[in-house]
Design a protein around this ligand. Sequence first.
Ligand code: HEC
Length: 153
Amino acid sequence: MVSRKCRTGFSAVICNALCFAGIALADTPGESPSIERGERVYQKFCALCHGANLEGQPNWRQRNDDGRLPAPPHDESGHTWHHADDVLFGITKFGLVPPYGPPDYVSDMPAWGEVLSDVDIWNVLAYIKSRWPEHIRQHQTEITARSRRRGAE
Ligand code: HEC
């Protein structure tokens, strides 16, 4: 089953592997995502680590004693906005597994695919983006458009 939805941002090999495993990658939803619902999802599931105000954990660039990285901010001071939509969706759904991280990478970022629907993942990402200043939002929209033409960033 090679899904029509399986496209953009992923190498063909990984994409097909995911699809054969029965995991169809979600496309951006047809309806516009709900920022309001995304905020509720964020406060319930993400704020604990990424901060109620998207500020991240203190000293987020420095690894903890166990070698893992703290949760980065999702506001403009972090690097969430350096990633294309498909990458943000994939990290949130699957966690920092390949192709988003090295094969044996250990991270405190959970995979949310069992907990959140694809629509709620797009909702929470829409909320995060709604908190960025306009120029950052535009920049990230361009990164997304470029990566959809070319492959993941
Ligand atoms: C248990 C703590 C924890 C929770 C809860 C959590 N995260 Fe994370 N998240 C992390 C950590 C830690 C990282 C950085 C991991 C690394 O680089 O090793 C991260 C990284 C990320 C990244 C990559 C950011 C970047 O700049 O590369 C995204 C996107 C993300 N999280 C989204 C979410 C969303 C959306 C939620 C809520 C649905 C969430 N996270 C909930 C701990 C958490």
